[in-house]
Design a protein around this ligand. Structure first.
Ligand code: PGA
Length: 241
């Protein structure tokens, strides 16, 4: 039995006032685990305000040292962070993050006992050229081959064409892709693949969450825009409860 996850990804949005108003709410965590992917600078405050299951949105590939501006896995762990969103398409495209780098980042997480929310997904061009399978393989295989996944790992399937566009994938398409991802996991991790949560991300809203969640291999959501507004985020959690 996989406990569903609804994970917020605030990206570079929000402020302390918004964080305080989120922390004041009571969140329904009976049927889903709620994860807070916040700007790292707010993680300490979030913890003080009582939010748990905190996620950073990036981590350094290095353990420590002269890497100005970076945050190590150990630092994130020290302030109570449990998860790190890795390989989001915005990091892949704006910061040229590739699989080789992500493998290194994943190793740092593992050393510190942090859990990855590892993002994969095809671009619009790949989608239009029916190259989704190749894209997923390219992004997932190196992490699988390096033996970096365990039962606690989370995969987020986010078709790039669906992120922030309002073009949510259909249930049929998303479920088909999720099942393929689970099969890819099974090849190497036969025993744990059935336990790994595979989230869908890309224009998830309260009004499409319930239908998407009916997909057998859709174990919850990674939510961008709709996680910045209390009611819409609550609506998504309620939709799968
Ligand atoms: P979105 O973003 O919900 O705004 O489409 C999802 C994400 O990028 O994680």
């Amino acid at each position: 039995m996989r406990t569903p996850i609804v994970a917020a990804n605030w990206k570079m949005n929000g402020n302390i006032q918004l964080l305080e108003s989120f922390a004041k709410q009571s969140w329904n965590t009976r049927s889903a685990q709620v994860i807070w992917g916040l700007p790292s600078i707010y993680l300490v405050k979030a913890k003080q305000l009582g939010l748990s299951a905190l996620a950073a949105q990036d981590v350094s590939a290095h353990e420590k040292g002269a890497y100005t501006g970076e945050l190590s896995a150990e630092m994130l762990q020290e302030v109570g962070c449990e998860y790190v969103i890795l390989g989001h398409s915005e990091r892949r495209s704006y910061h040229q993050e590739d699989e080789a780098l992500l493998v290194e980042k994943c190793k740092q997480l593992k050393k510190q006992g942090l859990k990855a929310i590892y993002c994969i997904g095809e671009s619009l061009e790949e989608y239009e050229n029916q190259q989704t399978d190749e894209a997923l393989k390219r992004q997932l295989d190196p992490i699988i081959e390096a033996g970096l996944l365990d039962e606690q790992s989370v995969i987020a399937y986010e078709p790039v064409w669906a992120i922030g566009t309002g073009n949510t994938a259909t249930l049929k398409y998303a479920q088909t892709v999720h099942a393929k991802i689970r099969n890819m996991l099974k090849e190497k991790y036969a025993t744990i693949a059935p336990s790994i949560r595979i989230l869908y991300g890309g224009s998830v809203k309260a009004d499409n969450a319930s239908q998407l969640f009916s997909g057998e291999d859709i174990d919850g959501f990674l939510v961008g825009g709709a996680s910045l507004e209390i009611q819409s985020f609550q609506g998504i959690i309620e939709a799968i409860s």
